[in-house]
Design a protein around this ligand. Structure first.
Ligand SMILES: [Zn+2]
Length: 113
C-alpha cells in the first residue's frame, strides 16, 4: 500500500516503530504516560514519542534516538490527540520562523510619482 503522505519531508527515512516494540510498551504500561488532568481516559491505547518526532528533529536528535524505546511511552487516545495538536502548533511556528522574510511590497502603481 502506498504511503498516504509520501511528500512530507519530516516523514522521510523513518521506519515505523516495530509492532513488537509497540506491543511490549503497551503491555508494560497499565496507565497513560501523559495523564493530562481533565483529559485523560486512563487506558493507554497508542504508543507515543515522549519528545515528538518533529520536535526531536528540530532539536537535532539522532534518528535512532527518536525511535528508541526510551523515548516511547503508552498513552490514551485523548492525551495523545492533545499532545499531537500542541506538537503540530509548534511545527507550524517553526515553519513560520524558518520562512524567509517577505520582500517589501513595491509601492502601488497609483502612488508612484
Ligand atoms: Zn491519557
Amino acid at each position: 500500500m502506498p504511503h498516504p503522505h509520501p511528500t512530507r519531508a519530516w516523514d522521510g527515512q523513518r521506519q515505523p516503530i516495530p509492532t513488537t516494540t509497540r506491543r511490549r510498551i503497551l503491555r508494560s504500561s497499565p496507565t497513560c504516560g501523559l495523564s493530562y488532568p481533565g483529559v485523560c481516559e486512563g487506558t493507554p491505547r497508542v504508543v507515543d514519542h515522549r519528545v515528538g518526532v518533529a520536535d526531536a528533529r528540530a532539536a537535532g536528535w539522532d534518528p535512532a534516538d527518536i525511535d528508541d524505546p526510551a523515548n516511547l511511552h503508552a498513552v490514551c487516545d485523548a492525551c495523545h490527540a492533545l499532545k499531537t495538536a500542541a506538537e503540530q502548533a509548534r511545527g507550524r511556528a517553526r515553519a513560520q520562523a524558518a520562512r524567509p522574510k517577505a520582500r517589501p511590497k513595491p509601492p502601488h502603481p497609483g502612488l508612484r510619482p
